[in-house]
Design a protein around this ligand. Structure first.
Ligand SMILES: Cc1cc2nc3c(=O)[nH]c(=O)nc-3n(C[C@H](O)[C@H](O)[C@H](O)COP(=O)(O)OP(=O)(O)OC[C@H]3O[C@@H](n4cnc5c(N)ncnc54)[C@H](O)[C@@H]3O)c2cc1C
Length: 437
């Protein structure tokens, strides 16, 4: 059987695929594999662009471990700790939380990932005062390489907790994750086309756009001077919910349908790309609406693409976008996909791309039928000049030696790995590249 990831950038032929439904079954598989010297990797939703979930050994799917196990008492601010099976997909998690009047504090663009996959690669959304998924984790239960079922938290084996909450699966098989969740809330979305330079003027200033709204991101089409700015706020001006038909038209017809059309056209006739991008940027319209947080944060992504994303210090956004723009103009590279810029608060998660650094994320995308290597390599070289840290689940070419220089606690994480998995049961080509053999 051949396994492929969503983006079709990684594939594998595992010896066996196991679908355990509880911790004891996971432990039995791990013990069996370890005793034969077979490697084990867990796959979530396969939405990473790298081969981080690939294995020719045992592939574990935790899709059956997908329930809310426990809901803790409410704190003074209404937040609670909720323990969930590690295989739960975000869309189901959001639905199950909503039925209890709860929600995730922040989310990324989509809700298809598993919670364990999302935290293991440092998946994040946007918001200068908010962290990624791993910052919402309060405890992790996992099965380690010796088959033990272990509870970890900041108070219980804190080093292992760090590698478990963001470690690309190197700590073991995560079976349950305890998250801090908040009272269900609505977001008011404001999406508006704005001149690129106007947005760039206010991205680094704390009193500016990014600092004064909860969640800010923007999409910039190469060769155009306009960005699609998306701002989501908890406090709003009283906008109405989006009519389901408008949502369908916007998201399916204009967004996914339009992107299919333009990427197909530009993939066939590259000379059209600058004009098509300018047209796409101009075609954007303004809209305001409100809705439950998880519906506003996320959207459907039906058009497959390739992506590389780097975390950089916030002040690097402006020079980097200018450098990318100059490179695209100089080379005439055919890129019919927008560049996405997002923000996050500094955090303390050892391997987080936002570790101790107020962060901006710059993501470059390429259409499935077009080559991406030259473009991504050129942007990667620019990111290196700004101490860029690559998203663990998106395309990049860094190795352990380079990553060590970017993460002050890198060697601490590797020490934990040596202690809990000396025989490297939970390894594959990707973890060997980013953490060493
Ligand atoms: C269309 C699209 C949109 C995206 N949007 C965003 C976004 O907005 N923000 C962002 O930051 N990222 C985004 N991503 C990237 C994505 O969130 C990450 O790559 C995430 O890891 C995918 O989750 P998954 O469940 O598919 O994990 P997989 O890709 O299946 O696995 C990821 C890693 O986690 C490990 N793993 C999974 N489950 C376990 C477990 N139970 N125990 C131990 N290890 C485990 C795997 O072995 C692998 O190393 C997007 C990706 C796509 C394709």
């Amino acid at each position: 059987m051949v396994w492929r990831n969503w983006a079709r950038t990684a594939s594998a032929s595992p010896e066996v695929i196991e679908r355990p439904s509880n911790d004891a079954e996971v432990a039995a598989v791990v013990r069996w594999a370890a005793s034969r010297g077979t490697r084990v990797r867990v796959v979530g939703a396969g939405h990473s662009f790298t081969d981080c979930a690939a294995t020719d050994g045992v592939m574990l799917s935790l899709d059956a471990m997908n329930r809310i196990e426990h809901v803790g008492p409410a704190g003074a601010d209404g937040s609670r700790e909720v323990r969930v099976g590690a295989g739960i997909r975000l869309h189901r998690l959001c639905r199950d939380l909503a039925s209890r009047g709860l929600a995730l504090e922040n989310m990324g663009d989509i809700d298809q990932q598993s919670i364990a996959g999302a935290i293991s690669t440092g998946t994040h959304g946007t918001g200068a005062r908010f962290g990624g998924f791993a910052t919402q984790v309060r405890a992790v239960r996992l099965v380690t390489a010796d088959g033990a079922i272990v509870e970890t938290s900041p108070h219980e084996r804190p080093g292992l907790f760090e590698l478990a909450r963001l470690g690309v699966g190197a700590a073991g098989v995560l079976t349950a994750v305890t998250l801090r969740v908040v009272r269900a809330f609505e977001l008011e979305a404001h999406e508006v086309p704005v001149p690129l330079e106007q947005v760039l003027e206010s991205v680094t200033d704390d009193g500016g756009l990014v600092g004064s709204h909860d969640h800010v991101e923007f999409y910039w089409w190469p060769h155009s001077e306009v960005v699609q700015l998306k701002v989501n706020d908890r406090q709003g001006t009283g906008a109405a919910p989006l009519h389901p038909v408008r949502r369908l038209i916007d998201d399916e017809l204009l967004s996914n349908g339009g992107l299919t059309l333009t990427t197909e056209l530009c993939s066939s006739v590259g000379a059209l790309t600058p004009a098509v991008n300018r047209f796409a940027a101009r075609a954007l319209t303004e809209r305001r609406f409100r809705g439950p947080s998880h519906e506003v944060f996320t959207a459907r992504r039906r058009v497959r693409f390739r992506e590389m994303e780097y975390a950089v210090p916030r002040e690097a956004v402006v020079p980097l976008l200018h450098e990318i723009d100059a490179w695209l103009r100089r080379t005439g590279e055919n890129v019919p996909f927008p560049i996405e810029v997002r923000f996050a608060a500094a955090d303390d998660v050892w391997l987080s791309t936002a570790y101790r650094r107020p962060t901006a994320y710059i993501a470059v995308h390429q259409a499935r039928r077009l080559p991406y290597a030259r473009y991504f390599r050129a942007v990667e070289a620019m990111m290196a000049e700004h101490a860029g840290r690559p998203h663990w689940g998106k395309l990049h070419r860094l190795r352990a030696e380079q990553l060590r220089a970017l993460y002050p606690r890198f060697d601490d994480a590797l020490e934990v790995r040596d202690a809990v998995d000396p025989d490297r049961v939970f390894t594959n080509a990707y973890t060997e590249r980013v953490f060493g053999a």
